[in-house]
Design a protein around this ligand. Structure first.
Ligand code: SF4
Length: 408
């Protein structure tokens, strides 16, 4: 597979370059000092790209200030603006960052309008040398695509192809593409589909940004990321990666570098990360049905890898976003509490999401959702329907459990 090389502010992604590791701030972008401090921390810890949330046009001046302050302080790590929905925000911020991350399918409910807005953004990015990540997540595809193909890996790849064709028509080559899901099988299949489609049509692919979104935290978040990302890297798909954890962002870098450098047969495979990178792809690809009992990794780790590869579920499946500048409550603490109090359940998928803007769309196939609304309030979802709104955070886990146990 031939991959185009993309230069993002001096960092080369794709071609024959090593996998680039990136992460994302969870500060509020309007707190410029805190965001500058976190970007600096992440950069000094090795992050090769750092993404920040840009909720709206009102934040563009802050992004510019963050960028300027970092450069003045000698931090040259490229910045990526994370935008949902608003093409105007993307267009306005593009001159001040090295890359913008967008899902053009969410720019406008009318597909023709969304295409026009995307072309305008490409024009600005061409002028300023800004790269674009076309970032499509399972669960937040545009209605145009889901009406045609459902919410499947095939639909994700088809959606990406629409935007890739527009980039090609506009002769715009600074493009990176991601197709994330919290479900490792869905995510792996989506990237594979796209690699096939793109190669068949153009003979080459734009670089892939690979990640398991809403992977959660602690061991299970790391293991899920190893299983999904490593499966793709081992077959040559993936040029930049992010491990998304519901933890301080700096914690994402160590597992990400481990996965980026993992080499089957050469890297050890009895540690938590090593075992997940080694056994996960074999399970996910159905080359084996069980981890051998003499693998030397213990039952707990074997169970976790089996669950991350979606081969056997021995505890609830959790989906939790990492949080970002849109999060207005203590997401990490809430997720820990939800996990602790639901650990006895089985055959259930529970999502804990940082914001009401993107959370409900992104929690995809969760049975229950705990979604932050803003200042200390939570909405509780059953599937994708809100069943309780404006619940004070201190009561929300009780309410969630009552609902799950059928007491409400
Ligand atoms: S779902 Fe989580 S990571 Fe995504 S935008 Fe909302 S708070 Fe940020």
């Amino acid at each position: 597979m031939k991959t185009i090389e993309v230069n993002v502010g001096g960092v080369l992604i794709g071609g024959s370059n090593p996998v680039v590791v990136q992460t994302m701030c969870n500060t509020h972008t309007d707190d410029v000092a805190a965001t500058v401090a976190q970007c600096r921390e992440l950069s000094l810890a090795g992050a090769q790209l750092v993404r920040i949330t840009v909720p709206g046009r009102q934040n563009v001046a802050q992004v510019r200030a963050i960028h300027d302050e970092l450069r003045a302080g000698g931090i040259l790590t490229p910045l990526v603006a994370d935008i949902h929905f608003s093409s105007e925000t993307a267009i306005e911020v593009a001159p001040f960052v090295e890359k913008v991350r967008i899902n053009p399918g969410n720019f406008h409910p009318d597909h023709t309008q969304a295409c026009l807005q995307f072309r305008r953004l490409i024009g600005v990015c061409k002028e300023y040398g800004t790269a674009i990540r076309i970032g499509l997540n399972h669960g937040s595809l545009g209605t145009y695509i889901t009406n045609l193909y459902g919410n499947t890996p095939y639909a994700m790849a088809k959606a990406a192809m629409e935007w890739i064709r527009i980039c090609r028509e506009e002769d715009f080559r600074k493009v990176v593409v991601s197709l994330k899901s919290s479900n490792t099988v869905t995510m792996v299949n989506a990237y594979r589909e796209l690699a096939k489609m793109e190669t068949a049509e153009f003979g080459e692919v734009f670089p892939f940004h690979v990640g398991v979104t809403e992977a959660g935290n602690a061991d299970s978040g790391r293991i899920k990321s190893c299983v999904g990302i490593s499966t793709l890297l081992q077959e040559g798909i993936g040029d930049t990666i992010r491990v998304s954890l519901t933890e301080p962002p700096v914690n994402e870098l160590q597992p990400a570098f481990f996965i980026a450098r993992f080499s089957p047969g050469k890297t050890e495979h009895t540690s938590l990360l090593g075992a997940a990178c080694h056994w996960g792809p074999k399970l996910l690809n159905r080359e084996i049905d069980e981890i051998p009992s003499d693998a030397g990794i213990g039952q707990y780790l074997a169970d976790e890898i089996m669950q991350a590869a979606r081969r056997r579920f021995y505890r609830p499946e959790y989906i939790a976003c990492p949080g970002c500048g849109r999060t207005m409550y203590d997401l990490q603490a809430a997720f820990e509490e939800v996990k602790a109090r639901t650990a006895h359940l089985n055959n259930i998928v529970i999502a804990v999401m940082g914001c009401i803007v993107n959370g409900p769309g992104e929690m995809a196939d969760a049975d229950w959702g705990y979604v932050g609304e803003g200042a200390g309030k939570v909405s509780i979802y059953k599937k994708n329907v809100p069943v309780l709104r404006h619940v004070p955070q201190e009561e929300a886990v009780d309410k969630l459990l009552e609902l799950i146990e059928g007491k409400q």
